[in-house]
Design a protein around this ligand. Structure first.
Ligand code: 4AD
Ligand code: MG
Length: 429
């Protein structure tokens, strides 16, 4: 049995107890007949004191020779030591090297580009390990919340001949001689599933051929999307805000250590409280104009506008009811020319976390909008069927998992929320 390092650092192993660890050399330093080898496993790092005469000569030689990232098994007794990182040390009684590492290419102060080239190795860094642990818990929290709320997890396709968000950001591919696309959103297929399961969700890869280099766009990201029958626009926003409260509070309590390591204050996440403010688009425009921004009705918000709208708030805020002309065909239009949609913006200029809306239910209205947008109706015939057989009010949303993780962890760049980031100039490693 191997003891996770975290248990020792957390003080769950009594001083003087003999334990066995399994991990990789994180750092090492020699002081005459004593090697201080810091060992890393999935849960943390621990300093091991490997002393000549206490371990066998073979083992001492191994500890002296073994470079960073060598794989090791260490046995020894646990001891409190304020000088050691984390306050605990292992006095080794045996030190087995499973694999002697070659010289590890990553050392201090390397360029971002280089670290991205060796991403498969950089994943071992403590920062990325902490983020991946948070991300796993974000995903688990989303699934638990959906199950509690009676939403069924489903598996919509990634390859499709119909486009949800349309236009310039589609990755096109040759599907045995037919044009097909990598999915941008599972929404249309989720809409089909509500007629059997009523409340559904999916967590799938979405693809956007985003030409812009920003700190919040990936070309491949994980998309959490929900769709519910008999659900109003207000109803779906209510679901989203309670979900976000649940995820933030759970991560704040279960990942406090990782957040602290990343320099993010868990208290801010624990304070996320539904309901969130709802600000209609027209009012948002008026607010921006009052702040001196040169913007008019019908303009979209850029990074600067999103920052100005959220610089004074501590909770996420919904911007609702955009002009229909700015939005896709599937959104439910009101008589005043707005749609029942929302973007959820995280505080302090973070930008968009969620986009969602009530869906148009009327066949003729959707057909007219598609024709107006220059689309061929036959490309959407299966989707239009959904408005012929028992069409009901329904609403849904999409949340970018990496956007949420970026916000939760307080990261500068979205690429660090995903192990192998795909951006405009990179699909390697
Ligand atoms: O706002 P979007 O484009 O909405 C849709 O795709 C809807 N069909 C979703 C639905 O109603 N089912 O995308 C939804 C979310 C955004 O709010 C953002 O968090 C994320 O997906 N997102 C991206 N995340 C990372 N990189 C990108 N390039 C992203 N584009 C969108
Ligand atoms: Mg959006």
């Amino acid at each position: 049995m191997f003891t996770p390092i975290e248990r020792i650092i957390d003080g769950q192993v009594a001083e003087g107890q003999n334990v066995k660890l399994r991990g990789w050399i994180y750092r090492s330093r020699q002081q005459g007949k004593l090697n201080f080898v810091v060992v890393r496993d999935a849960t943390g790092v621990l300093q091991c004191a490997v002393k000549k005469g206490v371990v066998s000569d073979d083992h001492f030689e191994g500890a002296t020779k073994a470079l960073i990232e060598s794989a090791v098994i260490v046995q020894g007794t646990v001891k409190k030591d304020p000088r050691a990182p984390g306050g605990w040390e292992l006095s080794a009684t045996s030190f087995d090297v499973l694999h002697f590492s070659e010289i590890f290419p990553i050392s201090k102060d390397q360029s971002t580009e280089f670290l991205l080239d060796v991403r498969h190795l950089w994943l071992r860094s403590r920062e990325l390990t902490a983020v991946m642990r948070v991300k796993a818990n974000v995903l688990a929290s989303i699934r638990d919340f959906c199950a509690k709320e009676g939403y069924w997890e489903t598996t919509p396709p990634i390859l499709s001949t119909s486009a949800a968000e349309g236009g310039s950001t589609l990755f096109e591919l040759d599907y045995f001689g037919q044009k097909a696309y990598l999915s941008q959103s599972a929404q249309l297929h989720l809409e089909a599933l509500i007629f059997s399961l009523e409340k559904v969700y999916a967590i799938t890869p979405s693809f956007r051929a985003e030409k812009s280099r920003t700190t919040k766009h990936l070309t491949e990201y994980w998309h959490f999307e929900g769709e519910a029958a008999h659900c109003s626009h207000e109803g779906i926003m209510d679901f989203e805000e309670r979900l976000l409260e649940y995820v933030c509070r759970r991560v704040a309590s279960e990942n406090a250590k990782e957040l602290a390591q990343l320099g993010r204050d868990p208290a801010e996440l624990a304070a996320v409280t539904a309901p969130f403010d709802k600000l209609p688009y027209a009012e948002a425009i008026a607010r921006l104009q009052a702040k001196g921004v040169n913007i008019k009705h019908g303009d979209d918000f850029g990074t600067d506008e999103e920052r100005l709208l959220t610089e004074d708030v501590t909770q996420p805020v919904f911007i609702t009811h955009f002009p229909a002309v700015m939005k896709p065909f599937y959104m439910k239009e009101n008589p005043d020319g707005t749609v029942n949609n929302h973007d959820l913006l995280a505080p302090k200029g973070f930008g968009e976390l969620i986009g969602g809306s009530e869906r148009e239910t009327d066949l003729k209205t959707i057909e007219a909008k598609l024709v107006n947008a220059g689309e061929k109706l036959e490309n959407y015939s299966w989707y239009l069927d959904l408005r012929k057989y028992g069409s009901v009010q329904h609403s849904g949303f999409g949340l970018g998992v990496e956007r949420l993780v970026k916000w939760v962890c307080g990261l500068e760049h979205i690429r660090d929320t995903t192990p192998f980031p795909r951006v405009i100039n990179r699909a390697y490693p």
